[in-house]
Ligand binder design. Structure first.
Ligand code: DAH
Length: 347
């Protein structure tokens, strides 16, 4: 067989192998075996030294042609195999998006969290800042700065969990008033804040008492703040919480940190004032305590009570949630029974 015939045969044989190759590893082997340094074409080219000067260029260019043709076919086949591999991978990884998924149980925000956030939003809308206080608080802020010195009889109103003589679990959110007032820079404008959070009292738990519950404290201090401002503010709050037709009324009361102090009632959202089981036939629901900030409280926080005045109030989100949703037992909020909690899906 002449060299040309050998090359021709090699070409046909290799083309058949390329065509038959079904994976990239095999194809690469064919390339190395055919075109590599130890392959038959290199061998033919090496054998050219024995050819006549006349034949040498012919055989040389023929060998090159064949090498190029084979290289081209190898490349083409490689592309085909790569595409096939890609298609196969895609087919294997295909996800059926129409398949119904696993249902994951999703929690809900606690109903008290929802109520507090709803009220926070209302106050933020009126320009209040939301401030957080400490659940573990100093006697100093919880009582003294709220105008309740150590021997004050009104301390008994709030049975306290003491940690040491001076440190306690706060019995109300009112200490946040003092902490905020002493930091406020009145040259930058009035103080308007609400502070939601947990409070603690040494009560025996029953349907209407819990040793842990929630409050939202409110405080506004500026020049010329009046009781009319307090009433207007609380009226807006109650209308947003319980319906546009709600009215409020103020009754005289007593808190050591306010003077005068008031108890605020809202007209019954269920019967509209006719009398029903929710309002105990009175047409009114007792909803919160409030008042004008006592001058002593202002002065103890470094505020000149001859120039500034303010109002404060303390709301009970637990009570508001109980009223709104007809929950008869405050302990339901704290037992974490999922059947109870899941009734309040929120938005
Ligand atoms: N701190 C009071 C309590 O826990 C609630 C309260 C009443 C807060 C009147 C106030 C207020 O800021 O002005 O019973």
């Amino acid at each position: 067989m002449s060299l040309q015939e050998k090359l021709e045969a090699l070409k046909h044989e290799t083309l058949a192998k390329i065509e038959a190759a079904t994976d990239l590893v095999v194809l690469n082997q064919i390339r190395v075996e055919t075109l590599g340094k130890k392959g038959p074409i290199t061998e033919v080219l090496r054998g050219m030294k024995d050819l006549s000067a006349e034949e040498r260029p012919k055989v040389g260019s023929f060998a090159n042609e064949i090498r190029d043709a084979l290289a081209e076919q190898l490349e083409a086949r490689k592309e085909v195999l790569e595409q096939e591999a890609m298609d196969a991978a895609l087919a294997k990884e295909r996800i059926d998006v129409t398949l119904s998924g696993k249902q994951m149980p999703i929690g809900t925000r606690h109903v008290l969290t929802q109520i507090m956030e709803e009220m926070e939003d209302i106050f933020v809308g009126m320009g209040y800042q939301v401030v957080e206080g400490y659940e573990v608080e100093k006697d100093h802020y919880n009582f003294e700065r709220m105008n309740l010195p150590k021997d004050h009889p009104a301390r008994d109103m709030q049975d306290t969990f003491y940690i040491t003589d001076e440190i306690l679990l706060r019995t109300h959110t009112s200490p946040v008033q003092a902490r905020t007032m002493e930091k406020h820079d009145f040259s930058k404008g009035p103080l308007r804040m609400v502070s939601p959070g947990k409070v603690f009292r040494r009560d025996t738990d029953d349907a209407t008492h819990s040793h842990q519950f929630h409050q939202i404290e409110g405080l506004v201090i500026d020049k010329n703040v009046t009781m009319g401002d307090l009433k207007g503010t609380l009226e807006v709050l109650m209308q947003k919480m319980f319906g546009e037709d709600r009215e409020i009324r103020l009754r005289p009361s007593y808190f050591p940190f306010t003077e005068p102090s008031v108890e605020v009632d809202v007209s019954c959202f269920k019967c509209g004032g006719q009398g029903c089981n929710v309002c105990k036939q009175t047409g009114w629901i007792e909803i919160l305590g409030a008042g004008m900030v006592h001058p002593n409280v202002l002065e103890m926080s470094g505020i000149d009570s001859t120039k500034y005045s303010g109002f404060a109030f303390g709301l009970g989100p637990d009570r508001i949630a109980m009223l709104r949703y007809g929950v008869n037992d405050i302990r339901d909020f704290y037992h974490n029974d999922i059947r109870f909690i899941h009734q309040f899906k929120g938005e």
